[in-house]
Design a protein around this ligand. Structure first.
Ligand SMILES: [Zn+2]
Ligand SMILES: [Zn+2]
Ligand SMILES: [Zn+2]
Length: 279
């Protein structure tokens, strides 16, 4: 399984849209890995985790054929993870010679509602059926067209909707991807242990950088380290499991270079836009 971290920022981007803080000024000046777009992960070339407004930029930066995507897993309806307007263009006359005619979007009932609201005015009646939304709930398990087995798990992020994170398996490899989530309920880890899950890669929300946020709606590296212990205690990870941090905010007050320096010794890979990890 190949994971491409197309974007690694929290909602405001880094540099943030309207910001002049030292971290954002440093990112503008240095460029390269200091620049982070809104969070999105491409798995192989046919499955996407989240669909932010920067998806178009990700297509440009990586010369992607987005029409190869058959499934999009959405964590929740916040604007940096769910930008339905782009699906208005999913077909002729806006797109020709597409590799696949249909893309299925998976998300909670709020995501389903948001898709309808944000596309209703402009989507053509012949395009609407090419991007169906499949409403899912925590602990649902399903297979995508390309043969990934996916389990939705309950994220801790906002009380307004049932936010999700996803466990994704194919060909004997399994990844667990957090995007916008605090620590998981113990029950979620217990359920994963009962089903015999074993993760080859775990990707954590790290909005707060080198910090412990405890019971909040995001995580820092020290929360991720705590979660890693909980998984290890239940046999959910192994000696070669890779641990990645992503979804960074400028409010963590650290540059990519500083984060990499700090978190490497704790055994974490600090994601950057364009990073590829193969398992
Ligand atoms: Zn976010
Ligand atoms: Zn800033
Ligand atoms: Zn959010």
């Amino acid at each position: 399984m190949k994971l491409t971290y197309l974007g690694t920022a929290a909602a405001e981007g880094l540099p943030a849209v309207w910001c002049n803080c030292p971290v954002c000024r440093n990112a503008k000046e240095k460029g390269g890995r200091e620049i982070r777009t809104r969070s999105q992960i491409l798995i192989d070339d046919c499955l996407l985790l989240d669909f932010p407004m920067d998806t178009y930029m990700h297509m440009l930066a990586h010369k992607l054929d987005l029409s190869k995507i058959d499934s999009v897993l959405i964590t929740h309806a916040h604007m940096d993870h769910c930008y339905p307007q782009e699906f208005i263009l999913h077909g002729a006359p806006f797109a020709h010679k597409m590799t696949r005619p249909v893309v299925t979007v998976y998300g909670n009932s709020t995501v389903e509602k948001t898709f309808k609201e944000y596309t209703r005015a402009e989507i053509r009646p012949d395009i609407a059926p090419t991007a169906p939304v499949s409403a899912i709930k925590p602990y649902d398990n399903f297979d995508t067209v390309s043969g990934y087995n996916v389990t939705a798990l309950p994220a801790k992020h906002t009380v307004d909707e049932d936010c999700l994170i996803y466990s994704i398996s194919k060909n004997g490899k399994t990844v667990l991807l957090f995007n916008d989530s605090g620590i998981l309920p113990e029950k979620a880890y217990d359920r994963m242990a009962e089903t015999g899950s074993r993760f080859d890669l775990v990707s954590f929300d790290c909005t707060y950088g080198h910090a412990r946020h405890g019971e909040g709606r995001h995580m820092g590296t020290l929360d991720a380290a705590d979660e890693r212990e909980k998984m290890a205690a239940r046999g959910l990870v192994h000696a070669d499991t890779k641990y990645v941090l992503t979804h960074f905010s400028h409010n963590c007050l650290l540059s990519h270079a500083e984060l990499e320096h700090r978190e490497k010794e704790l055994g974490f890979i600090v994601a950057y836009d364009g990073m590829v990890v193969e398992i």
